[in-house]
Design a protein around this ligand. Structure first.
Ligand code: TRP
Ligand code: SF4
Length: 342
């Protein structure tokens, strides 16, 4: 039996950090290793341009960076197809077809899009672009072009998957049972707070540890993490519940040692500097294999590009096959493609 396809992706607007790692990358590697699915990962450069249209170089440069991050955490190109969205013109074509199945009002009500527009007032002012407002339609094309059955995402992406399902249902109602209706799978990964205690780790917030950070940079960042503000001297009794260092110990330090951290902190028997150094050491160790793989791929960009090219070619073939069915159903096959090659 054919394996069901799973599809995920990221906008290439920056390198990936440990928030991505715990939130989604680990899960993607797990799903890949389970061997139960046929996984696709897209680097969504067209979608990245919807709010970075004035920085094409940033998006372009991050395509390879994100690919390197994937490879470094264990995404295996033999098992997972990694491809570049803009190289699949069928996706853009499908976006146009799907635009008949979504109203402006519905897009404006999409909670994810709504929040993002609020956050991007600087860019959009009072009136958002057609491209940004419509990116859920292009995301529906991303998913359905590959007949993605499962989409592992974080909670913030659920309204986008719901929007895709609606488009699929309306389309199938009119044109027959053509499209696969995808299901969201909540990636059970945790949402990681920033070094500053912010609820979210994010590149724009400057509170992230990147998979690409060197040992020195990790040390420096951890030394600057927010600790219990009421603790001034080493023998002040501390509260690890409000300390970001203790929070990260829970992610990177053995259970046993975590217990010790908390006990000693509460008893005023642990210095914050030593506590941070211990944490930094653990993070550095845990990320070492990723960092080493990263260094290898950074030194071999031609290998990364070959992987991207191979994946994108394979993805294009999949998308073409789906497109053929869709055009037939929509009666847009006046001439056959093969007659039209120039
Ligand atoms: N919107 C996603 C993000 O911001 C990226 C993305 C684009 C995506 N197309 C997708 C995710 C298709 C899942 C499926 O991270
Ligand atoms: Fe945080 Fe460690 Fe300092 Fe306690 S000792 S406040 S856990 S850094």
């Amino acid at each position: 039996m054919e394996k069901k396809k799973i599809l995920t992706g990221d906008r290439p607007t920056g390198k990936l950090h440990i928030g991505h790692y715990f939130g989604s990358l680990k899960k993607r590697v797990e799903l890949q290793e389970s061997g139960e699915y046929e996984p696709y990962i897209l680097i969504a450069d067209v979608q990245a341009l919807t709010d970075n249209f004035n920085h094409p170089e940033k998006v372009r440069d991050n395509v390879r960076e994100v690919a390197i991050d994937y490879l470094s955490v264990g995404i295996n190109p033999e098992k997972t197809t990694i491809y570049i969205q803009s190289m699949i013109p069928e996706v853009a074509e499908l976006t146009v077809f799907y635009s008949n199945f979504v109203t402006i009002a519905r897009l404006q009500r999409n909670p994810t899009v709504k929040t993002e527009i609020e956050q991007k007032r600087d860019l959009f002012g009072e009136s958002v672009t057609y491209g940004f407002l419509g990116y859920p339609v292009s995301q529906a094309a991303d998913i359905t072009a590959f007949e993605g059955a499962f989409v592992p995402v974080g909670e913030d992406q659920l309204p986008l998957i719901e929007q895709c399902r609606e488009i699929v249902r309306k389309f199938n109602h009119v044109y027959g049972d053509i499209l696969v209706e995808p299901e969201a799978v909540l990636s059970s990964g945790k949402r990681i707070k920033g070094l500053d205690g912010n609820e979210k780790m994010g590149k724009s917030l400057g509170n992230a540890i990147y998979l690409s950070d060197s040992e020195e940079v990790i040390m420096e960042k951890v030394m600057g993490a927010v600790t219990d503000p009421n603790r001034i001297k080493k023998d002040d009794l501390g509260n690890p519940d409000v300390c970001m260092v203790a929070y990260y110990h829970n992610l990177f330090t053995s259970k046993e040692d975590c217990k010790k951290v908390c006990e000693e902190c509460r008893a005023g028997k642990r210095g914050c500097v030593a506590c941070k150094k211990e944490l930094a050491k653990n993070i550095i160790e845990e990320l070492r294999p990723i960092r080493e793989k990263r260094a290898y791929y950074e030194a071999h960009p031609e290998l990364v590009d070959a992987i991207l090219k191979e994946g994108t070619k394979k993805a294009r073939n999949t998308a073409k096959a789906t497109m053929k069915k869709i055009k037939q159903a929509m009666m847009l096959n006046y001439f056959d493609d093969t007659e039209m090659s120039v």
